[in-house]
Each structure stands twice: as structure tokens, then as C-alpha cells.
Design a protein around this ligand. Sequence first.
Ligand code: TZP
Ligand code: MG
Length: 213
Amino acid sequence: MRGYYFITGASLSKAGDISDVRKAVKARVSVIQMRAKGGDPEEIFRKARVLRKICRDSIFLVNDRVDIALSVGADGVHLGRGDMSLESARALLGPGKIIGVTVRSLEQAVQAEKEGADYIGAGPVFKTTTKTDAGEPLGIGFLGELKRTVSIPIAAIGGITPSNLPDVVEAGADLVCSIAPVVTSSDVEAEILKYQSLFRQVRPLRLLRTVRD
Ligand code: TZP
Ligand code: MG
């Protein structure tokens, strides 16, 4: 799991989640998450079913809702701090599904890895207004510490833009999420392609440094 990770942002989106996800698929994004906050559960379920079909060749994850993930045949879930425990989600989903867990400390990261998380999400890395209860920014240094502490993939989120993406990837992010700059763009596909291309440019630098050290 590496590269740009698309997460829907319905309340900010110009064209809507379905159009945005179609664009993400066109840009060959490999991990796509439906993040639906509040609203009618039936509508969330129906949208998830449509998005699952659109994401035929991508990993499709559902935020928070293990029940909806199961009912639409999603590839897994992303769980925040207030969501179902990793243990319960794993019991429901089985060993074959992907479970990502949000962490805000090294201790939480170690525990998530030990309990079988497939990746961890760390954020907000920078200040963001997209998630109002996101808490204080963790900073780039925290990503580096995470990278040295766990070996599962790290998804960085919160305030990430094309200009700070190289630092985020250099610090150790395997996956990079950016919601507002992408879904508010008038050309979602072009914006995603920009992130993907920047991501690819940083990787060789990191590898070179690893070989040198
Ligand atoms: N979790 C931590 S920050 C955040 C989430 C879901 C929102 C990120 O949004 P943006 O627009 O990429 O800053
Ligand atoms: Mg959540």
C-alpha cells in the first residue's frame, strides 16, 4: 500500500462523492475510502453500494461503519478512536479484510500493530479545517518517529497539500490523504494526478538515502 489515498469529502465536494470517486478510479488510485459523517444510514448504504461497484479494481474501504462495509462487500474499514475496537471489527470482518486504525501516539500505533491493524492513519499532520475535532497537529517529526516504531504502512492525513507532500513522504508516509484540496478542485482527476506524480518523485530520494545510510 503506497501512494495517494483518496477519501471522500461530501460536504466540501464540488461535484459529489460519486463523481469524485469515478475520477479517482480514472487516475488509478489504489486505495479509496468512503467517509460519510452523519446523515441517513440508508443513504450511506446506497452510496456505498454504488461506490463499491465503481471501485472494482481499487481497494474500497468504509470509514467507521463495519456493518455497511460488510453489507456492500467492501475490502475493509477505517476505524477512528471512537469507533468499534479493532478486535471486534476483526471478529466481524475476518482475517482477509483490511482494517486501518487512526493513531495519535506511538503507544497507540504499537498497540494497533500488535492487534493486527493492516495500516495506521496518523493525523492531522498539519492544521486542517476539514475535521473540526481532529485535535492538535502531530507534525512531520511524529511521522518519522512512527516510521521507526512500526512496520505496517502509515497513512498521513490532515492539511497535506502538493507543497508539503514531499516532506510528508520523506518523513515516512506510505500513503498520503488530502481531502479538501482535491474535492474542491474543479478538476479532481488532474489534482489527484498531481499528488501521484509528486509522490513518485519523492520515493527515489528516500530509497537512495536508505541505501546510503
Ligand atoms: N483525520 C484527521 S485530519 C482529517 C481526518 C479525516 C481531515 C483531513 O482533511 P484535509 O482536507 O486533507 O486536511
Ligand atoms: Mg471514525
